[in-house]
Design a protein around this ligand. Structure first.
Ligand SMILES: Nc1ncnc2c1ncn2[C@@H]1O[C@H](COP(=O)(O)OP(=O)(O)O)[C@@H](O)[C@H]1O
Ligand SMILES: [Mg+2]
Length: 305
């Protein structure tokens, strides 16, 4: 988690005089998230801390370039995602580098999503209904499909990167497009940064040699784990406090318990479908997004009757 600078609200106001009512939301793994208001609407301001320019360690610089490259990619894809409402949209403010308390940050804005991230909902022991789970799956599959059309894999689909928008009819939106890797571009991990959060990584993501051949099925796997965790209130096969070695071993070898065995109230067809998402072998997972979404929509219709 990154450090929040002292007097950040005052400093931000100084750098962005047109922003009012600046409110701190969260320090994420890589960025500070604020809620701000301008004449138009409410937005989210994201600040990504950059290393100081005078840092001369080559490792630091390499990682730095990686972070900046990743951000540029994230923003480019996010800009193109304006037609999809399951991926967070960028705000109209220009992207800029700013200094706060002498530290450099990269800043940009996004639409403010009024709701909760799934991590918070899971922590609060929310037990989602079939409709909620079906919507989560439908919406995030749409986002994965959009990214894949751009030949990108998100690589970090997990509860903390999905927002549930407030409202009676659930809408789920994918955040943090930062790790999305355009397959034509160079591997991001040359400097030893492994993109993604270990607990939600697909088995093939752990395999350095196969990294370049990742495809949308890797994201489908991570979505499957996320759906299972949301449905059951806990990760299907990793306990809190497990060591990296244990987590890695579990991802590669532990059989994932079926959704039906833990949520007997849910449709068997839906459960079997989600179970296929988390297959250890990519070729045993579904890869045709349109078809899977259609199957889920049909199940939702049958459920309504
Ligand atoms: N556009 C947004 N609207 C509302 N809350 C947001 C928004 N973006 C992020 N958040 C909140 O901030 C948290 C961290 O944001 P994220 O972009 O995922 O940063 P990080 O890469 O540091 O994890 C999210 O889990 C969510 O709770
Ligand atoms: Mg995140």
């Amino acid at each position: 988690m990154i450090q929040r600078p002292r007097n950040d609200l005052i400093l931000i106001k100084r750098v962005f005089p047109s922003f009012d009512e600046i409110e701190f939301i969260k320090a994420g793994a890589q960025r500070l998230v604020y809620k701000i208001k301008d004449k138009e609407a409410v937005w989210v301001l994201k600040l990504v801390q950059l290393k100081q320019d005078n840092q001369d360690e080559s490792q630091g610089k390499g990682v730095q370039r990686q972070i900046e490259g990743r951000l540029e990619r994230e923003l480019r894809i996010q800009r193109e995602a304006r037609t999809v409402n399951t991926i967070v949209h960028l705000g109209p403010h220009p992207v800029k580098r700013v200094l706060l308390a002498k530290l450099p940050y990269f800043s940009y804005t996004e639409q403010y999503l009024d709701g909760n991230d799934l991590r918070a909902l899971i922590r609060d022991n929310v037990k989602p209904s079939f409709n909620e789970l079906a919507n989560l799956t439908l919406h995030i599959l749409e986002a994965i499909g959009f990214l894949w059309q751009k030949r990108c894999v998100h690589r970090d689909i997990k509860p903390g990167n999905i927002m549930r928008i407030q409202g009676r009819k659930a809408r789920y939106v994918l955040l943090d497009i930062g790790y999305a890797l355009a397959l034509s571009e160079d591997s991001l991990s040359k400097n030893g940064l492994i993109p993604g959060t270990l607990k939600y990584m697909s088995p093939e993501q752990l395999d350095v040699k196969r990294k370049r051949s990742l495809d949308l099925r890797s994201d489908i796997y991570s979505l499957g784990i996320t759906v299972l965790e949301y449905a059951c209130g806990k990760h299907p096969y990793i306990q809190d406090g497990d060591t990296t070695t244990n987590i890695t071993r579990a991802i590669l070898y532990t059989r994932c318990p079926t959704l039906k065995s833990q949520r007997n109230d849910l449709s068997s067809d839906f459960c079997s479908l989600v179970d296929t998402f988390v297959n250890k072998q990519p070729h045993l997972r579904p890869a045709r997004i349109g078809q899977v979404r259609q199957e889920i929509s049909n199940l939702v219709k049958t459920h309504r009757r």
